[in-house]
Design a protein around this ligand. Structure first.
Ligand code: NCD
Length: 305
């Protein structure tokens, strides 16, 4: 039974198979005729951190495919974790009730730890600041759908690059395609972790790091904004110093190419002015919808369907 723990587990071919399955799911949803491939399956969604899109799109994906869902939406408070139960024990118990476990946790490596002790598939819905592989895949799906290709793209990642797990999952997918280049735009204290930039250098991939948003926008095919991840900061003061670091405003649009797309995993706080929503380059709501199709494809993937 395969797990979904990190995007690094996928070859380019495997990732593309998931995208192509997601396209089938999108078409089935549009036709109103979705094959109930997961009939009789029970999917458990255990979320130790807040979520709107990830949990609800997974639950909707499961229902669309005919599965049933059991859910702990505030597991840090409402599950036995609150009494001190380990993630391994919680996973063991839940896996005896359900056929697959979708989980989000505040600790890096939590999904991996759960997967190590159970014989049912585990899907990582975000583990601390580490990874968010299902978001990485839906972002890849979105870029392909919007641009018609995944290579030769200039990508600007903006904001909290240190803590944004969605980027840590998307980057390894994008580097598998030739000719992609990256501009990392962040305050100094929120730079992309060195392990990721070292990997790019090792592979000879072109990238630059800057605090100059305007210049980074000029060549970008993809502008990927991120929220400053308040929950990962040690103090309110540290957060306050950088929380409004980069706001994309209507006047920036003149610097962005006419066929570029603006992405954001959402929720947005003060990163994208709402006046930008009406611009056709604003892809973030389309991106969120794509999550449903990609998560349907991923549920099928873990069951070998
Ligand atoms: C992201 C997350 O949880 O990492 N949200 C999401 O799943 N779409 C991004 C964020 O919370 O900023």
């Amino acid at each position: 039974m395969p797990h979904v723990l990190s995007t690094s587990q996928f070859t380019k071919e495997e990732a593309e198979r998931i995208l192509s399955r997601a396209r089938e799911m999108e078409a089935e949803c549009a036709s109103g005729n979705v094959a109930k491939l997961l009939k009789d399956k029970i999917i458990a969604c255990i979320f130790f951190e807040p979520s709107t899109r990830t949990r609800l799109s997974f639950e909707a994906a499961a229902f669309r495919l005919g599965a049933n869902v059991i859910s702990a939406e505030n597991a840090a408070e409402n599950s036995s974790a609150h009494k001190g139960e380990t993630i391994e024990d919680t996973a063991r118990i839940v896996s005896s009730y359900a056929d697959a476990l979708v989980m989000r946790h505040y600790e890096a490596g939590a999904a991996q730890a759960a997967a190590a002790v159970i014989s049912k598939p585990v899907i990582n819905g975000g583990d601390g600041a580490h990874e968010h592989p299902t978001q990485g895949l839906l972002d890849l799906y979105t870029i392909h759908k919007e641009h018609g290709r995944l290579d030769g793209l200039s990508v600007a990642f903006v904001g909290d690059l240190k803590n944004s797990r969605t980027l840590h999952s998307l980057l390894p997918l994008l580097v598998q395609y030739s000719g992609n280049t990256f501009t990392f735009v962040s305050p100094d204290e929120l730079r992309m972790p060195k392990e990721y930039t070292d990997e790019l250098s090792k592979k000879g991939i072109t990238f630059s790091e800057t605090e100059d948003l305007e210049s980074a926008l000029k060549n970008a095919d993809v502008v990927y904004m991120t929220r400053v991840q308040k929950e990962r900061f040690e103090s309110e003061e540290d957060y306050a110093r950088v929380k409004d670091a980069f706001l994309l405003k209507p006047e920036h649009l003149t610097h962005i190419k006419p066929d570029a797309i603006i992405m954001h995993p959402l929720p947005r706080l003060n990163e994208i002015d709402h006046a930008i929503d009406a611009d056709k380059r604003a892809a973030y709501f389309r991106q969120a919808e794509n999550g449903l199709y990609v998560r349907m494809a991923l549920l099928c993937y873990v069951f070998g369907l």
